[in-house]
Design a protein around this ligand. Structure first.
Ligand code: SF4
Length: 216
């Protein structure tokens, strides 16, 4: 089976297992996803979803956040960890949205990448979830799982994983596929040394590379 064929089979099986492919960060406006994805670095989505409620109660739109002091933002987002740098990036990002884009999030990958605190992972997430464009989001689950599944070969660097996946994943499937990898990575193909291969829908086609159950 080629990598492309394997990828298509994995996509189909994961679709059946997880019919709903959704971002687990809560948001109802694009700029809020930008804020949440910055807060989600080294923090759980569940905690971010709680913390942003207080943040948006106090600063309900781009202008309000752009005008807030970094210290005011930091006081609220502190429970997400890395409070100062996250607050600084959120402040700078909101000011850029206000000053350069009339408060709107640009639907252009390169422009997203120029925003403070926004890397490829975040830019891809926005492109896929907000604008419905092709996207590959290489977070920790994506990198671990695609290596175990043999879709990429021993690649850990996010951008290189992304580029390798663009070669084998149909563009229109990328965003949902990555959401399903997150769900599968949390529930079944966990970061534990021994993932739950015995109850995995990919058992039989997955080479389980790097796990104790790997085929020799
Ligand atoms: S078979 Fe095992 S290693 Fe492969 S995806 Fe499933 S849980 Fe992960």
């Amino acid at each position: 089976m080629t990598k492309k064929e394997l990828a298509l089979e994995i996509i189909e099986r994961l679709k059946k297992e997880y019919p709903m492919a959704e971002c687990t960060l809560d948001y109802d406006q694009a700029w809020k996803l930008l804020v949440s994805v910055r807060l989600a670095a080294q923090c759980t989505d569940a905690r971010v979803n709680v913390v942003v409620q207080e943040l948006y109660a106090k600063f309900p739109d781009v202008n309000a956040l752009a005008e807030a002091e970094v210290s005011e933002i930091e006081a609220i987002v502190k429970p997400c960890g890395l409070g100062h740098s996250k607050a600084r990036d959120i402040s700078a990002c909101m000011r850029t949205l206000r000053d350069r884009y009339q408060g709107k999030v640009p639907d252009d990958f390169d422009k997203l990448l120029e925003l403070p605190g926004v890397g490829r992972k975040s830019a891809n997430l926005i492109m896929g979830d907000v604008f419905g464009k092709p996207a590959i989001v290489t977070d920790t689950h994506c990198i671990r799982l695609t290596n175990r599944m043999g879709l990429v070969d021993g690649i850990r660097e996010p951008k290189k994983v992304e580029m390798a996946l663009w070669e084998i994943i149909p563009p229109e499937e990328g965003s949902d596929f990555c959401h399903r990898l997150v769900m599968h990575g949390r529930d079944v193909c966990t970061a534990r040394t021994r993932p739950y291969c015995d109850r995995c829908v990919l058992n039989g086609i997955c080479p389980k590379i790097g796990t104790p159950d790997a085929e020799s």
